[in-house]
Design a protein around this ligand. Structure first.
Ligand SMILES: [Zn+2]
Length: 376
């Protein structure tokens, strides 16, 4: 973590915020933090001017502490390699294996992921541990033992590939749980966001990193990191088009085309949604406003860094209300296909602490509109 400069000793987080626009001050962040830290900070959602700060316990969904979650957090911190993720060892989790075999990837990629989860890959370190007399140091960088994790994540070459990839993600060595648990946790995240394509694309990238390593060792072919990412992405897109996945973008839920109904006279209906671009943390959020005859009377859209998808969808509703307020749309229905978000807003229950600050801000905007109803 970057150190706090002397002149900022008395600074507050508020000094980094552009409150009226509910954004981080990008220029200021970049002068104080590393690029990696800036990207992490920008993912923190910002509440409105009236949203109060509060402490949350990050190990539960609702942000409230429980003894059970505290016990689990202590175990995970002290014994990361032995602590189960959600059940027992993921390798004995039938769901994981069903997930690997159901992955929409080529058989070679699937086979590779299966072997990688068993650490059955012929890395130098694995060969060395089987008493084969070779050096276990990575021949590409000479900086570490060539384990599976080194090849796929921590070799400077792999790190460069991840940085260039559409994932905007660079795995860290500290506390890394091993390939199998990592894959298992990524799978949980992807499935919770209804985002199976992300898991498939990531499996392709792991496979292509392994392929690049073999090309380099056995054929002396040195590829550039960008070429490995491009080859992986092309293979994914090609395969996806065959299995009719939507490869380039992902809406968190299928659009409800054909079921749109107009609002009553003098009302406006706004449809808002978040669209993920590739599998980075970049999302596009947009709202379209229509009157009783179905004519478009307004719209707003923007791109931003949002993760997880629940934050992007809450942000879409918030942007929609800000637009409605500034355009004097006073009688308005706001339609979103995120059932749990609509439920939370209608009940004013902010049970997901990650998006709670945005949802509270949404509710603070409601009094500015004469009539507002959230619909599914
Ligand atoms: Zn290396």
């Amino acid at each position: 973590m970057s150190e706090r400069p002397y002149e900022c000793v008395n600074s507050l987080v508020a000094h980094l915020l552009d409150c009226p626009n509910r954004e981080w001050k990008n220029d200021k962040l970049r002068t104080l933090f590393s690029n990696e830290e800036v990207e992490e900070i920008k993912l923190i959602p910002i509440g409105g001017p009236n949203t109060k700060d509060e402490l949350v316990w990050a190990s539960t969904k609702d942000g409230n502490y429980s003894v059970k979650s505290g016990y689990k957090a202590v175990l995970e911190e002290n014994y990361p390699s032995t602590t189960p993720t959600t059940s027992n060892d993921p390798r004995s989790d039938k769901k994981l294996w069903r997930c690997i075999w159901n992955l929409k990837v080529t058989p070679k990629v699937r086979n590779f992921i299966w072997k990688a989860c068993h650490n059955a890959i012929a890395s130098y370190e694995n060969l060395f541990s089987r008493h084969i007399h070779i050096s276990r140091v990575c021949g590409r960088c000479g900086e570490g033992n060539e384990s599976l994790e080194h090849i796929l994540f921590f070799c400077p070459f792999a790190q460069a590939v991840w940085r260039m990839s559409g994932f905007s993600y660079c795995p860290r060595m500290e506390g890394f749980p091993g390939f199998c648990k990592w894959f298992y946790s990524i799978r949980e995240v992807c499935l919770s966001q209804n985002y199976e394509e992300g898991l498939c694309q990531l499996s392709f990238l792991c496979w292509h990193l392994w392929k690049a390593r073999n090309k380099w060792i056995f054929s002396g072919i040195k590829e550039e990191p960008i070429d490995v990412w491009k080859a992986s992405d092309c293979a994914f897109l090609e395969f996806s088009s065959v299995v009719r996945l939507n490869p380039s973008s992902h809406s968190s839920r299928p659009p409800n085309e054909g079921t749109w109904t107009p609002p009553p006279n003098e009302w406006i209906k706004a449809n808002c949604d978040a669209l993920w671009i590739s599998c980075s943390q970049i999302a596009g959020i947009a709202s379209v406003f229509r009157n009783e005859s179905g004519s478009i009377v307004g719209g707003s859209s923007r791109r931003g860094c949002f993760s997880p998808v629940s934050i992007a969808e809450a942000e879409a509703v918030r942007s929609c209300l800000i637009y409605a307020k500034s355009n004097d749309f006073m009688k308005i229905f706001v339609e979103s296909d995120n059932k749990s978000l609509i439920h939370r807003l209608n009940n004013r229950s902010f049970s997901d602490w990650k998006s709670a600050s945005i949802e509270r801000d949404i509710c603070s905007l409601i009094p500015f509109l004469r009539v507002l109803s959230f619909l599914l």
